[in-house]
Write a protein that binds this ligand. Structure first.
Ligand SMILES: Nc1ncnc2c1ncn2[C@@H]1O[C@H](COP(=O)(O)OP(=O)(O)O)[C@@H](O)[C@H]1O
Ligand SMILES: [Mg+2]
Length: 257
C-alpha cells in the first residue's frame, strides 16, 4: 500500500527573525493511502500547523515530509490536496455554486460546461441541490460546511485535510455530517486527515487516531481502531469497545495537556 503521508523526524514551527518557534518535533508518522486518520491534541499543540505543512502553506523546519511520495510543494500544483477549515470561509457576495467552482476558474474567464456540471453534481451529493443559487448568509452553519466540503472535493483531491470542520456545529448536525463524510470517504477512497477536539468524533470517524501533546509538541499516541470496528470502518457510538476506547484516549489526552 503506497503511503499518502510519510513524516520522518519532522520538526515544524515558525521561522522568526532571531529564532525559530518549534511547535512539533521529531514527528514520525505513516498514513497509508485511503486511510481515515483523526488527530486529537490540546489547543496550540500544532494540529493546524501540521496540516499547513502537508498543504505546502508552510515549510518544515527540519526532517522529511512526503505527500503521496512527493514533497508537499510538488504535489500542490496538481490539486491533489484539499483543505476544509473550521470556518467555511465562503465569499459572501458569491452564490453557493460560484463559491464551489471559483478555485477552478480563477484565471479563466468563464465557467466550462464540465466544471459547472461537476459543481452541481457535488452540491447535489452534499444535499444542496436546492441551494446552488443562494448566498452563504441564506444557509445554516451545517449547509455552509457542506459547501466548503464540496469546494474541497471539486479538484478530486487524493488527500483531504479537515481542520475541525464541524467544531462550530450543534451535535445533531455534526453527527449527521460525520455519517455523510464516512459515506463520501467509502465512495471516493480519499485519504482523510481530520482534526477534532471531540474524542467521540475522533473514535467514531477514525480508522486511526493520533494524539499530539503540547510543550513540547510531540506525538504521544497512535491507535488503530480497525480491530474494534466492522468492515468499512463502521461502528456504533454505543458499542462498549468504542466507549472503552474513548476513555483510553481521554486519559492520553489528559496526560498530553
Ligand atoms: N504564524 C505564526 N507564527 C508564530 N507562531 C504561530 C503562528 N501560528 C501559530 N503559531 C503558534 O504555533 C502553535 C501551534 O498552533 P496551531 O498549529 O494553530 O495549534 P492547534 O491547531 O493544535 O490548536 C501555537 O503555540 C501558536 O501560538
Ligand atoms: Mg488549530
Amino acid at each position: 500500500m503506497p503511503l499518502a503521508i510519510e513524516a520522518r523526524k519532522l520538526d515544524i514551527g515558525y521561522r522568526g527573525e532571531h529564532h525559530d518557534v518549534k511547535v512539533l518535533s521529531g514527528l514520525d508518522l505513516e498514513v497509508e493511502a485511503g486511510r481515515l486518520l483523526c488527530i486529537l491534541g490540546p489547543s496550540g499543540c500544532g494540529k493546524s500547523t501540521f496540516l499547513r505543512v502537508i498543504a505546502d502553506l508552510l515549510d518544515p523546519l527540519d526532517g522529511k515530509i512526503n505527500v503521496l511520495g512527493e514533497t508537499p510543494h510538488a504535489i500542490r500544483s496538481r490539486r491533489d490536496v484539499g483543505f476544509v477549515f473550521q470556518d467555511a470561509a465562503l465569499l459572501p457576495w458569491r452564490t453557493v455554486r460560484e463559491n464551489v467552482c471559483l478555485p477552478l476558474i480563477v484565471g479563466q474567464n468563464s465557467l466550462t460546461r464540465e466544471v459547472a456540471d461537476k459543481t452541481d453534481e457535488l452540491l447535489a451529493m452534499m444535499g444542496l441541490a436546492a441551494f446552488v443559487d443562494r448566498y452563504p448568509h441564506q444557509l445554516s452553519g451545517g449547509q455552509r460546511q457542506r459547501v466548503a466540503i464540496a469546494r474541497a472535493l471539486l479538484g478530486e483531491p487524493r488527500v483531504l485535510l479537515m481542520d475541525e470542520p464541524f467544531g462550530a456545529l450543534d451535535e445533531i448536525t455534526r453527527d449527521r455530517l460525520n455519517d455523510e463524510l464516512l459515506n463520501l470517504w467509502r465512495r471516493t477512497g480519499t485519504t482523510i486527515l481530520f482534526v477534532t477536539h471531540s474524542i467521540a468524533e475522533a473514535v467514531y470517524l477514525g480508522e486511526h487516531v493520533i494524539v499530539l501533546a503540547a510543550n513540547p509538541g510531540r506525538l504521544v499516541a497512535n491507535t488503530d481502531l480497525r480491530p474494534i470496528k466492522a468492515s468499512g470502518n463502521r461502528c456504533s457510538r454505543e458499542d462498549p469497545a468504542i466507549i472503552a476506547k474513548m476513555a483510553e484516549l481521554r486519559q492520553a489526552l489528559e496526560r498530553a495537556s
